[in-house]
Design a protein around this ligand. Structure first.
Ligand SMILES: CC(=O)N[C@H]1[C@@H](OP(=O)(O)OP(=O)(O)OC[C@H]2O[C@@H](n3ccc(=O)[nH]c3=O)[C@H](O)[C@@H]2O)O[C@H](CO)[C@@H](O)[C@@H]1O
Ligand SMILES: C=C(OP(=O)(O)O)C(=O)O
Length: 436
């Protein structure tokens, strides 16, 4: 088991570079399965455990995948297998994104049921509704979703009950090889959807309207491997912005795209944080005192649920009463109990959290309950009195490359201990030897 140890009180200063977006690269790699001709090259790919997992899924499906120097090379031209087993889907829910491409290309997809996770039940009924509307017969049994279509999927008009990111992506990929026109309504509008649409277009697909609530896809017969560069990770950028703000710092977040961050920037400006747009990113300058604000998470362009935990850490150090309402996931407050261990004055009321700030944060032993909670606890640790120890880092590693290293380079007093038990064992053995 690894552990991150933070000693609070250092101001962050300097430059940090943002990686390619996790939530863009996962669907893009899945979409590469649609190419029956030619190889794909995906650039600016972050070295995250989720990327290793999706690459493994593709290899299991018989695609050839190489990952080196932030580039993934994919050859999906061989005959593919239709089944993604539980061992992958369990590790990472986004594995379910291979379903649309497999169904479109093979006429069949069998994917283990993803189930819920620490942030909510996370059903995939909207994905399945889309496939069914295109002519697939979907059966759920023995822990698997089995979707089949005789011949090709048929273009259809589909209205999503909620603007689901994954459903928009999965159905958009399926429609790219369907017969005729598909019109998707009430789509998610996240920048990652636009990135996927751009990749599909460079593969030969005809996709219009990505980034708006209506997406129109004209199906084509064949798609080809393409060369694509992933957009910068707006959530990683937002996480460093928040870390800079809590420490009273001045940090240049290189690669941050201001238009992808507008809701976060607007809220932090309300809190007193200053932003300067520079040539290739955003500079964040923290005020002496942060002001309390109210926040409600919403689908893009609203305030992102993936920034809720990190900004909660910031509001703990702000003056006055803040309220955060989580509307996207029904159970994304697991970090609240962990913040309490750090002496946070915070309580949950239904789907909202009330924060009476500023809290006199104290270092403590805490556990990351999901990847953003992990980042948020470390951010709180940067502003806490004393030492914070964070465990369950497998969550953090799903979404952040070298998080502690990047913070240390900005001046944080932070280190990661790899394999704590081994180190403790060695220490105990040494002590025992001394006693003898
Ligand atoms: C890999 C990836 O890109 N993950 C992101 C994606 O997850 P993901 O694509 O899973 O999130 P969705 O947008 O689908 O989920 C939003 C809400 O809709 C519900 N829902 C979704 C699909 C469905 O068929 N039925 C249904 O009820 C979910 O339970 C959730 O409450 O968007 C989320 C919302 O911005 C982010 O937090 C995740 O980081
Ligand atoms: C919830 C997240 O990711 P996933 O959908 O992959 O669990 C996230 O990135 O914060």
């Amino acid at each position: 088991m690894d552990k991150i140890i933070v000693r609070g009180g250092k101001r962050l200063n300097g430059t940090v570079k943002v990686e390619g977006a996790k939530n863009a690269v996962l669907p893009v790699i899945a979409a590469s399965l649609l190419a029956s001709d030619g190889k794909s090259i995906i650039r600016d790919v972050p070295s995250l455990s989720d990327v290793y997992t999706i690459n493994e899924v593709l290899r299991y499906l018989n695609a050839e995948v190489e990952f080196q120097n932030n580039m993934v090379h994919i050859d999906a031209t061989r005959e593919l297998s239709a089944e993604a087993p539980f061992e992958y889907v369990r590790k990472m829910r986004a594995s379910v994104l291979v379903m649309g491409p497999l169904l479109a290309r093979l006429g069949r997809a069998r994917v283990a049921l993803p189930g819920g996770c620490a942030i909510g039940t996370r059903p995939i009924d909207q994905h399945l509704k889309g496939f069914e509307a295109m002519g697939a017969v979907v059966k759920v049994g023995n822990g698997f979703i089995d979707a089949r279509v005789d011949g090709k999927l048929k273009g259809a008009k589909i209205y999503f009950d909620i603007p689901s990111v994954g459903a928009t992506e999965n159905v958009m990929m399926a429609a790219a090889l369907a017969e005729g026109t598909t019109i998707l309504e009430n789509c998610a509008k996240e920048p990652e959807i636009v990135d996927l649409a751009n990749y599909l277009t460079s593969m030969g697909a005809v996709v219009k309207g990505a980034g708006t609530e209506t997406i129109r896809i004209e199906g084509v017969d064949r798609l080809y491997g393409a060369d694509h560069t992933i957009i910068p990770d707006r959530i990683e950028a937002g996480t460093f912005i928040t870390a800079a703000a809590i420490t009273g710092g001045n940090v240049y977040v290189k690669g941050a795209v201001p238009e992808h961050l507008s809701s976060l920037v607007a809220k932090l400006e309300e809190m007193g944080v200053e932003f300067i747009e520079e040539a290739e990113g955003v500079r964040v300058i923290a005020p002496d005192k942060l002001k309390a604000v109210d926040i409600k998470t919403m689908p893009y362009p609203g305030f992102p649920t993936d920034m809720q935990a990190q900004v909660m850490a910031l509001l703990l150090k702000s003056e006055g009463t803040s309220m955060i309402t989580e509307t996207v996931f029904e159970n994304r407050f697991m970090h609240v109990e962990e913040f309490r261990r750090m002496n946070a004055n915070i309580k949950i009321e239904g789907r909202s959290v009330i924060i009476n700030g500023p809290s006199d944060l104290q270092g403590a032993e805490v556990a990351a309950t999901d990847l953003r909670a992990g980042a948020a606890l470390i951010i709180a640790g940067l502003a806490a009195d004393g030492i914070t120890r964070v465990i369950e880092l497998q969550h953090l590693d799903r979404g952040y490359v070298n998080f502690h290293g990047k913070l240390a380079a900005l001046g944080a007093d932070i280190e990661r201990i790899y394999d704590v038990e081994k180190e403790e064992e060695a220490m105990v053995a040494k002590l025992a030897a001394n006693v003898k």
